[in-house]
Design a protein around this ligand. Structure first.
Ligand code: KG4
Ligand code: ZN
Length: 360
């Protein structure tokens, strides 16, 4: 098998409710197709794994053809196949993983099972189709050692990156993830699913309000962990009190200020932990971030501002690469590939299985 330095990679992610396929040349993303299922899950108020599985089965072959067509290539041209192995929903992960394993076996090409969280972590390294990005290959080693702050629907984690592929989890959520809290609070405020984007929109029109006082979660916990379940409960009680108080404004009219207060508390909790992490690891040179919650610009800008105050490079991916996508899976696959972490033995490729609770 002849292997090139920057191979043509086909990467797939079906870990949750987006069917995504990317075609990449090393870190350079040539095509990134994301087929969202939000509309299918909306009426259930959250992702229904079985509905997602059927949608992935229908959408995946179409998304693969579409991604290849956009760049005028065929499956024959693909040099490396990659798919998310975990974490994610078991019956959804296996749709993409098995499909791509079969392709690798059929075309006799290397296969790379990818950790979805490594994808989010390295999403700031994505280069656009012209190969432009802030960090050319010759410069990326200067970004290490680094910190990663991942804030998605299921994860809120601080990572120490001593080297590429060497990740140590130094902080995590003790209960709900920040994205999960956004979605639960969204439901409480009657916004439906997913709550994150709607709360973020409402928050833009809200402001500080003396009737609403939310705690900054884990502000003084003395460690690098997070917790969002208490914040959600505090908001619920606040809401109940306001509803019971005849002199308080209608909750509907308070929705903007409640959203503002919630975003502000999440933002401050992330900032507090980021500051302690940077102060505990003063040698770090950059901050990698990823996950759907960074689509909130108030949060992503603040985190960037904090990173830069400490002189760190801030690797914020473009908005379209912050939520789930396969471009980040391609970039993580390329990192694995560069370090010789790929499977060529067809029998071994067939043996790879999904790991729903895979951790960094
Ligand atoms: O990274 P992601 O797309 O999927 C996971 O791997 O979990 O993150 C999804 C999370 C959801 O909880 C969603 O509500 C949140 O990201 N999210 C947002 C926004 N867009 C999506 N949260 C805040 N503001 C947004 N604009
Ligand atoms: Zn994700």
């Amino acid at each position: 098998m002849k292997l090139s330095k920057t191979p043509l990679i086909l990467a797939v992610d079906t870990s949750c409710d987006e069917t995504s396929v990317a075609v990449a040349n090393g870190r350079k993303i040539l095509a990134n197709v994301v087929s969202s299922q939000v509309e299918l899950h909306k009426k259930w108020g959250g992702v229904v794994p079985d509905i997602a599985r059927r949608a992935h089965q229908e959408n995946l072959p179409v998304a693969i053809s579409e991604a290849l067509k956009r760049v005028g290539l065929d499956l024959d041209d693909v040099e490396v196949f990659a798919a998310t192995q975990g974490p994610g929903l078991a019956i959804d992960l296996e749709v993409g993983l098995h499909y791509v394993q079969d392709l690798a076996v059929r075309y006799k090409k290397p296969f790379i099972p990818v950790n979805h969280m490594e994808g989010h972590l390295l999403s700031g390294l994505i280069l656009n189709s012209q190969g432009n990005g802030r960090f050319p290959e010759s410069d990326i080693d200067k970004l290490l050692p680094a910190l990663g702050l991942l804030v998605s629907g299921k994860h809120t984690e601080l990572i120490y990156l001593s080297d590429w592929g060497k990740y140590e989890k130094i902080g995590k959520t003790l209960d709900d993830a920040a994205g999960e809290a956004f979605d639960k609070v969204g439901r409480m405020l009657g916004f439906g699913y997913p709550g994150g984007p709607i709360i973020s929109e409402f928050a833009k029109q809200g402001g500080a309000n003396e009737l609403i006082d939310l705690p900054i979660p884990m502000e003084r916990s003395g460690d690098l962990n997070f917790s969002y379940s208490g914040l959600k409960t505090a908001l619920l009680y606040g809401l109940k009190e306001l509803e019971a108080d005849p002199s308080a404004p209608d909750v509907g009219t308070l929705a903007h200020d409640l959203s503002y207060a919630f975003v502000d508390a999440v933002k401050k909790s992330l900032e507090v932990k980021l500051r302690s992490a940077i102060e505990s690891y003063p040698e770090v040179k950059s901050l990698f971030v990823g996950g759907g919650v960074y689509k909130n610009e108030t949060i992503s800008r603040r985190i960037g501002w904090v990173a830069r105050t400490y002189g760190l490079e801030y690797l914020l991916p473009e908005a379209k690469y912050r939520g789930d996508n396969a471009a980040m899976i391609a970039v993580a696959a390329y990192r694995n590939y560069n370090q010789g972490d790929y499977i060529t033995d067809l029998e071994k490729i067939r043996e790879v299985d999904r790991i729903p609770r895979l951790s960094l």
